[in-house]
Design a binder for this molecule. Structure first.
Ligand code: NAD
Length: 472
């Protein structure tokens, strides 16, 4: 759905890759191998819908087998096509490399608008798609592990798990065939909010870098920074919520059917409640409706977070974007032309393949949990609590002073699963941001974070291929 007709989504990924590849040591053949999609599976299958039969077009692309399993979400959207799925699968490879998740990239897509189907019909479609993946060995804990993406969530993941388990009974690690599952079915606490929380951790860390903020004419920290979020789905809602809770002002929320604005800031939870009650974010009490939803992208603000679909900022609206920082929560929200325009304007574009890697990071934690067959924190929590209380009592005895009950509770607390997942995610996002930024700082010819992120990713994938010894 690019509005800049020159490049398809996959071509724009290739273009960014090529731009970065010149800063790496790899020769042409290796770069071609890193860039190519290793396996593309196109499926058409029939599903009974109402009185008739509908043929569903679907894909699973495994971009890179340099590490297995492959990993990537499944998208339900009527915009799905092979090029898009290939591009998204490629981004997954680079994303996993950037956040040190030991997977190759993959992506799945079904060309359907989920709003046009009943839950019963969606279940039939999801189960049939899973069966098609099983048939060709395109799913499994050691081969390819799907996850949620645009238009899918926990519900679809549990249908996938159930279908897989019924076709592969007794497989001991079977629960690791898909991530983003409900906690009651082997999911990990913290997965649902992981991508939005990762977006928040990544941008918060950037906003704490004095040098970068000074260059933008901003102070460090999030307090009072004006934030605009496009998309109130899984990623956008959670990102907006964490920014709001951290003291930033979420001045505008944009959905497909409208956008709302409030100078004082919006509470994403209240907006979500309103959306559930009325079916739309528009007419939210105390906020103004914008004339066109895309007007929201051009508002005066410090941080713009596109968290819906790709190519929403192109060469036509990029010159009007006033944000100083763009956090690509969605995959590919900027066309290459828009990217160039914004970089020239001095905007810091925090690229998708780093910024929205929180989902795959926590998916990795979920997969590890499934393979280890034990909940995080189960072994250590009580031991840590006993030890913390013991240390505290010893200090109190030695000093003759006592801490408050609130402090005691806080100090004694042993890590639960969600605590470990959040801290693992926070550490991952911080480390990756600095790794990418360090490459940018060390290479004067690199002026944007996307190119630096690609350099980091290409170097890691290249090194993995080298270690595999597949190149003579
Ligand atoms: P989602 O389906 O939960 O939410 C998408 C939201 O965008 C919906 O509320 C939808 O109504 C809204 N939307 C659709 N068209 C719009 C438009 N034209 N303008 C404004 N809003 C519009 O999907 P999601 O999981 O939140 O994914 C959003 C993006 O983030 C996608 O690009 C996806 O690839 C990317 N992403 C998701 C994850 C994840 O863990 N879910 C991980 C990495 C990247």
């Amino acid at each position: 759905m690019s509005q800049d007709q020159h490049y398809s989504f996959f071509q724009s990924v290739e273009r960014s890759f090529d731009k970065a590849a010149v800063f790496t040591k790899w020769d042409k053949g290796i770069l071609e191998q890193i860039k190519a999609c290793n396996a593309v599976y196109q499926i058409k299958f029939p599903v009974r819908i109402g009185d008739g039969v509908q043929v569903i077009e679907a894909y699973r692309v495994q971009h890179s087998h340099h590490k297995l399993p492959c990993k990537g979400g499944i998208r339900f959207s009527d915009e799905v096509n092979q090029d898009e799925v290939m591009a998204l699968a490629s981004l997954m490879t680079y994303k996993c490399a950037i956040v040190n998740v030991p997977f190759g990239g993959a992506k799945g897509g079904l060309k359907i608008n989920p709003r046009n189907y009943t839950p019963f019909q969606l279940e039939a479609i999801t189960r049939r798609y899973t069966a098609e993946l099983v048939k060709k060995n395109f799913i499994g804990p050691g081969t390819d592990v799907p996850a949620p993406d645009y238009g899918t969530g926990e519900r679809e993941m549990s249908w996938i798990l159930d279908t897989y388990m019924s076709l592969r009974p007794g497989e001991i690690d079977g629960y690791g065939c898909v991530t983003g599952k409900p906690v009651s079915q082997g999911g990990v606490r913290g997965r649902t909010e992981a991508t939005g929380l990762g977006v928040f951790y990544g941008l918060r860390e950037l906003c704490n870098i004095k040098e970068d903020m000074e260059r933008l004419g901003l102070t460090t920290g999030l307090e009072d920074k004006r934030v605009v979020v496009q998309g109130m789905g899984n990623v956008g809602y959670h990102a907006a919520k964490y920014f709001h809770e951290a003291g930033a002002k979420v001045i505008c929320l944009i959905e497909w059917d409208g956008a709302i604005f409030s100078e004082k800031g919006l509470d994403p939870d209240a907006v979500l409640k309103h959306k559930k009650e009325t079916g739309s974010i528009i007419n939210f009490p105390g906020a103004a409706n914008l004339n066109k939803n895309t007007d929201g992208l051009e508002l005066e603000c410090e941080i713009l977070i596109p968290a819906a679909l790709e190519n929403v900022i192109d060469k036509h609206n990029a010159p009007n974007v006033k944000a100083k920082i763009i956090g690509e929560a969605a995959n590919g929200p900027l066309t290459p032309e828009a990217d160039e325009i914004l970089n020239k304007k001095g905007v810091i574009v925090v690229p998708d393949m780093f910024l929205n890697a929180g989902g795959v990071t926590v998916s990795y934690f979920e997969w590890l949990k499934n393979l280890s067959h034990v909940r995080y924190g189960r072994l250590g929590k009580r031991f840590d609590e006993n030890m913390n209380i013991h240390i505290l009592q010893t200090i109190e005895e030695l000093t003759g002073k006592k801490v408050s009950d609130k402090e005691r509770k806080f100090i004694a607390h042993g890590a639960d699963e969600v605590d470990l997942v959040y801290s693992g995610l926070e550490e991952t996002m911080h480390a990756a941001l600095h790794e990418v930024r360090d490459v940018m700082m060390a290479t004067p010819q690199i002026h944007d974070m996307r190119t630096a992120a690609y350099v980091v990713a290409i170097n890691k994938v290249g090194a993995a291929y080298e270690q595999l010894g597949i190149f003579p």
